[in-house]
Write a protein that binds this ligand. Structure first.
Ligand SMILES: [Zn+2]
Length: 123
């Protein structure tokens, strides 16, 4: 198992009409506004968050001077104080949301939920 608790990469893997998703059936409500979504309408949004697989840049000298045994035992020592959930959260998380058409449009406009810009024309 590889543990890299920092440098998150967030990727939106896919979204689509719920009518095409066999595992979602019956009526449900929007994950954002709570509005009732009729079967066959609305959208599924899946978000995967995983630790960045890239290693930080290191010089050959740094790599040669690394004490891998010490690094590993330090990592194991850190892991002992963490719960399984904390370990899992540090590596990989996957979310699935059911959205109504309106919230889906808003989601696409701002997938990461960034703060809105100041209204244009307001000086
Ligand atoms: Zn909604």
């Amino acid at each position: 198992m590889t543990i890299r608790p920092t440098n998150w990469t967030l990727s939106i893997i896919d979204f689509g009409m719920t009518g095409h998703m066999s595992q979602v059936s019956g009526s449900s409500s929007c994950g954002l506004c709570g509005r009732h979504i009729t079967p066959g309408s609305g959208y599924i949004v899946r978000i995967e968050a995983m630790a960045d697989p890239q290693m930080p840049p290191m010089s050959m000298q740094q790599i040669e001077s690394l004490d891998f045994d010490a690094t590993l035992s330090e990592l194991v020592r850190q892991m002992e104080g963490m719960t399984a959930d904390e370990l899992q959260d540090g590596v990989y998380r996957k979310f699935t949301y059911h959205l109504c058409g309106e919230c889906h449009r808003e989601f696409l406009a701002n997938p990461l939920g960034k703060p809105r810009r100041n209204p244009v024309g307001k000086n």
